[in-house]
Design a protein around this ligand. Sequence first.
Ligand code: FAD
Length: 405
Amino acid sequence: MNTFTAGGGGQIVVAGAGYAGLHVALRLTASLRNQPAVELTLVDRHDYHQVITELPRVAGGTRAADAVRIPLQDVLAARVRFVQTEIHGFDLAGRRLLTRAGPIGWGRLVLALGSRPNDFAIPGLAERTLSVYSASDAEQVWAAVSKALTAAAAATDPEQQRRLATVVVGGGGATGVELAGELAEILPEVARSHGLAPGLPTVQLVEAGPTILAGSSQQLIEKATKILSDLGVQVRTNAAIAAATEEGFRLSDGQLVEGGVFVWAGGLKAPELVAESKLPTGHNGRVKVDQYLRVLDHLEIYAAGDLASVTDPRTGHVLPPLAQIALEEGETVARNLDAELNGRPLEVFTFRDKGFVVSVGTRRGVADIAGITTGGHVAHLLKDAIEWEYRQSVKHLRGWDPVPG
Ligand SMILES: Cc1cc2nc3c(=O)[nH]c(=O)nc-3n(C[C@H](O)[C@H](O)[C@H](O)COP(=O)(O)OP(=O)(O)OC[C@H]3O[C@@H](n4cnc5c(N)ncnc54)[C@H](O)[C@@H]3O)c2cc1C
């Protein structure tokens, strides 16, 4: 048995209680039953886990922010020490996490701090756009939309009304498509409640590339485009944003996209503190790992989720930042920590693709599963089922705790 000698002794510290980190903690709880010397600590700035995949519903006002926050005390076993604090750096040589609550030593560290919106250094973007990366962000989008419609109702100039009632979403990936669809479906009713014509609000989806949902099958893209068009979303492809100004998004061809609310969903990068950490990083600042998900040159640190740059050996491509991938990586990390503790060989991470599902509006969606593309109500039901199953799995894993907390 190996109880990690250096710095933090037998301490396993998991940084981040998102999809990857929470699953490492939940999965490890049971396997630590026979390891009393090993301490398991989970650190996050929030005392809740956020079901980020449901944020478009919060941004569209169909779900309360609190409904996507799962209190960690409800899912963590007594065996897990939870520390709510902001992590602000790493002492790699001393094997310590630097936090507002003081340093936390590790024998093994799991880095699972997720990602941040990437503004690609586009002038004005970070200051003038909202993002959808937390329950609070999503709440702010909904508040901004409501405020813009209130202002539109008070305006007398029809041109100004039209502009205020336009929501512009930058980035036509899954997040942008889900957000645009959700808002387009809900806005006519909201407009009516503000005394405005239901047809007044518009959603524009602005994408720099030649297509939305880049990397997906042509069939899926066509189905999603058709649903968006039915919902009245104006999709603009090959429309690169050069700057965000007070007037709106200035495109690289000089056109101006005006609106009352601007949301950026165009890309992600690793958190700043990772960039400053001297850990080996690749594209978008994601941390480079080996086939066992250990950080290169720092084999006592694992990385999982959006923060980890994991290459799929079958395609040679880095895996995208997705919850289903974060969960699978979290499970491999938990098994590898268990293997280390029990002197077994480590497991190579292999991604098992379960398919791709995107909701488009409140009733329809698109899905690519096992080579079959579907679009419509079934795909939306599938998305609901995945989210329900995820919430159940979190509760079920809590049930594995041998010592009820
Ligand atoms: C709007 C939206 C919709 C999405 N929909 C889907 C979908 O339908 N399907 C899908 O597969 N993927 C989806 N994704 C992607 C998915 O949410 C991410 O891939 C997933 O959340 C990554 O998990 P993670 O554990 O790496 O990070 P997160 O889940 O982001 O967790 C990171 C954790 O680290 C904590 N943290 C970060 N920095 C610090 C710090 N300095 N100090 C303390 N704590 C810190 C955070 O509070 C958080 O709890 C969506 C993303 C967005 C934004």
